[in-house]
Design a protein. Structure first.
Length: 222
């Protein structure tokens, strides 16, 4: 197998150009993936906040004092979407008062942490007992003066699925882009080295009998 240094200059220049381009494209894909992750996470947080506001209007205590979520879908069409989220409601002391079926036997974070949901929304990523990564948003709320902590979470699989789709599309087209770059780079290298080849050919004819000959120079600035 020939070493890199033994390759023709045109081939080495082509490999250099393609290598630089591949490095830049991979760095661009990585940076874009990071930005995409942050944007999708921010978007998911906004959706969770909107859903918490919907939940606040659906929670109520029944006659026996149980906390329930209203299923009056005709009055609250957005409540159907809320049922698809992971939902947990705690008392001010941290006792679980309500959680929906999608959450199952898991809990969203255990006991409240200091300042959770106070004067706004608290957002954090966490891992459930079954291994799922979720983005959780929580907020303090009161029903008839009774303090509650509403926690609502989205499965982060939606974020990673979006990033995976972007990576698959980017990496699928990358080989074709690099192949095109290799062809163009080889042609550019061949065209750039053409004056050098002409000078080399002319130099072969310069002998002791023809010392007055001069090498052709197409561009004085070279």
């Amino acid at each position: 197998m020939r070493s890199f240094r033994s390759l023709p200059v045109r081939a080495r220049l082509t490999a250099f150009y393609v290598g630089i381009l591949a490095t830049l494209l991979l760095a661009f894909i990585a940076a874009t993936s990071c930005v995409l992750y942050l944007q999708l996470k921010e978007q998911l947080g906004k959706f969770a906040i909107e859903d918490i506001e919907t939940v606040e209007g659906l929670l109520y205590f029944d006659a026996s004092g149980r906390l329930l979520l209203s299923d009056s879908y005709h009055n609250h069409p957005e409540s159907r979407r809320v049922l698809e989220r992971l939902l947990e409601v705690l008392s001010g002391s941290g006792r679980v008062l309500y959680k929906n079926d999608r959450l199952g036997n898991d809990l969203l974070g255990g006991r409240p942490f200091p300042g959770e949901g106070v004067n706004g929304y608290s957002t954090r990523s966490m891992q459930l007992g079954d291994g799922r990564r979720v983005l959780m948003v929580s907020r303090r709320h009161r029903i008839n003066g009774f303090p509650l902590i509403i926690r609502l979470a989205y499965d982060e699989a939606r974020i990673w699925n979006g990033i995976e789709d972007f990576l698959v599309a980017s990496l699928t087209t990358l080989p074709a882009l690099l192949a095109l770059a290799a062809v163009l780079s080889f042609r550019l290298a061949r065209r750039s080295l053409r004056p050098v080849e002409a000078m080399a050919q002319e130099a072969e004819h310069i002998t002791a009998d023809h010392l007055d000959q001069r090498l052709p120079i197409e561009n004085d600035a070279d």
